[in-house]
Write a protein that binds this ligand. Structure first.
Ligand code: GDP
Ligand code: MN
Length: 396
């Protein structure tokens, strides 16, 4: 589950990390009120209007704009709220913006040089450890830095037995070229960020840019947070931060039905049980020359009703030109899956795409009989490769 920037910043503040202050607004009028309040609290006269969507690169897509007075706050908020924001991290259609964060401008010049750093904490799955990734080259072009000058991006692995050690935080602050007040501020910034990351069961907490202000404060200007869904059961107040507007409606519906569904952009609908088998099925579809329209794991305990739901969800995607059902009957019985398909077929009526079925394992014979007797027109296959080749031939 992903969080919005403003939610990430609230969490950071709770853990003692300094952040750029801001107030969210869903209308231009509320944005002006937010700016007035912010001006009272912080003394700022300039504001940044920031689109709140679950995607990075907003600055590049025109979703982050500087406003030098209240009129500009109003005008920029009117432009941004409701816009379809396209960034390097969104699809081609972009994401609809339903709110903005009105934030204080923190880039005002002063006695010392302003600097932008990159710092993130994430799980390194290969090492099985959390790691802090950092760079002096923070700001909007971090992707280019990673691509062209990867030696400027560093890693500090954290031993799970000890947690982040003070010397590691100092090592990072030193490597970022800081001294004096800014150095001390950075050390506690890193320690508090790491505590926030572990306390909320995050899998990513990315701050880009981390700003050294002109008066040597270290503050988070942005916050990108991904929570580990498997930890959400013990984080009820974080689970409540979920914004369904940011998620694909079909995926939300599938999740409610207990289906593990991810929409993709190919044309072969897949219905599979087990995540590993689903991956293998998608791979073999690709290898045979087609491409999957979705990832769908109906789970180990799928009953006919759930299978019917899955079938309907797949069919809703107009790009789907064929459906491959690949079920291994271990815990789930093949005849239940077959019953679900037959039920779906009957209640939906005409299905205009070919269905290729591969059912193996428990009650596979009964399943085949059920399908044969239903009058449902399907192609059956025994080998997975055979099924994938058939799909490719039918899609063509
Ligand atoms: P992102 O593009 O989605 O990563 O959004 P960010 O929150 O990182 O904002 C994008 C860029 O806007 C930052 O890299 C900054 O350069 C700029 N920005 C953010 N806050 C301020 C601010 O207070 N003042 C000014 N002048 N620029 C800001
Ligand atoms: Mn950013």
């Amino acid at each position: 589950m992903n969080l919005h920037e403003y939610q990430g910043k609230e969490i950071l503040s709770r853990f003692g990390v300094k952040t750029q202050r801001g107030i969210v607004a869903e209308t231009p009028d509320a944005a002006v009120e937010a700016a007035k309040k912010l001006a009272e609290e912080t003394g700022t006269g300039w504001f940044v209007v920031k689109a709140q969507v679950h995607a990075g690169g907003r600055g590049k897509g025109g979703g982050v704009k500087l406003a030098k007075n209240l009129e500009e706050v109003k005008a920029l908020s009117s432009d941004i709220i409701g816009m379809q924001l396209i960034t390097p991290q969104t699809s081609a259609e972009g994401k609809k913006v339903s709110m903005v964060l009105i934030a204080e401008d923190v880039y005002s010049p002063g006695p010392s040089k302003i600097e932008e750093f990159y710092i993130s904490v994430l799980l390194d799955r290969q090492k099985g450890q959390n790691t802090i990734v950092y760079s002096t080259e923070g700001g909007m072009d971090i992707e280019e830095v990673a691509e062209h000058t990867p030696h400027l991006i560093h890693n500090e692995l954290i031993d799970p037995a000890t947690g982040l050690l003070p010397f590691q935080a100092r090592k990072i602050a030193f490597a970022l070229g800081l001294e004096g007040t800014a150095f001390k501020e950075m050390v506690s910034f890193i320690q508090n960020l790491y505590t926030a990351y572990t306390s909320i069961d995050a899998s990513l907490f990315e701050i880009n840019p981390v700003l050294k202000t002109s008066d040597d404060k270290i503050i988070a200007v942005d916050a990108k947070v991904a929570l580990d869904d498997n930890g959400l059961f013990r984080q009820p107040e974080l689970a409540a931060l979920r914004d369904l507007r940011e998620e694909d409606p079909t995926e939300v519906e599938a999740g409610e039905a207990g289906l593990n569904f991810v929409k993709l952009d190919g044309n072969v609908g897949c219905m599979v049980n087990g995540a590993g088998l689903a991956m293998a099925t998608m791979d073999i579809i690709k290898m045979a020359g087609s491409s999957p329209a979705n990832f769908l794991d109906v789970g180990g305990t799928a009953d006919a009703a759930r299978v019917e739901k899955a079938f309907r969800i797949i069919l809703r995607d107009s790009h789907v030109k064929a459906i491959l059902v690949n079920i291994f009957g271990g815990i789930v019985r093949c005849d239940r899956v077959a019953q679900g398909i037959v039920d779906a077929y009957r209640s939906i009526g005409e299905i205009n795409v070919p269905i290729i079925i591969r059912l193996q394992g428990t009650n596979a014979v009964e399943a085949k009989q059920l399908i044969d007797e239903s009058g449902l027109k399907v192609y059956s296959a025994i080998q997975l490769k055979e099924a994938a080749d058939l799909v490719q031939a039918l899609v063509k």
